[in-house]
Design a protein around this ligand. Structure first.
Ligand SMILES: [Zn+2]
Length: 114
């Protein structure tokens, strides 16, 4: 199965296609994809059996175009997204976001070292 670039219509084998993913955004559940052929950047969401393309809107991601990839699976991790298809898998590391510290999200001040 070959997966197309929606911009230039080039088709890629899964290995080449998923190797071009980077920067998993855990908050919006997105990966960045850069076409190896035309250089176009796209945000996409990896879904079971398909890829979802769209745009960010008001802090959310709206899927508008779907590309069916039968057998595609995904698993969200703390610092990465694992994508698998047939017997292959690819790991997309998370984009560095705001620092995550113990106690983050609480209103208390971080404790200073003495
Ligand atoms: Zn392209």
């Amino acid at each position: 199965m070959l997966i197309p670039c929606l911009t230039c219509q080039s088709r890629f084998a899964p290995d080449e296609y998923f190797a071009a993913c980077s920067g998993y955004n855990r908050w919006l559940d997105l990966v960045s994809w850069t076409c190896p052929r035309c250089g176009n950047h796209d945000d996409m969401r990896v879904l079971p059996g398909e890829l979802g393309f769209g745009y960010r809107h008001r802090g959310r991601f709206a899927v508008h175009d779907r590309v069916r990839v039968p057998g595609l699976r995904r698993q969200r991790g703390e610092l990465r997204l694992d994508i698998s298809l047939d017997r292959s898998s690819w790991r997309v590391p998370a984009r560095l976001g705001p620092p995550v510290r113990a106690g983050a999200g609480s209103a208390r001040r971080p404790r200073r070292a003495p």
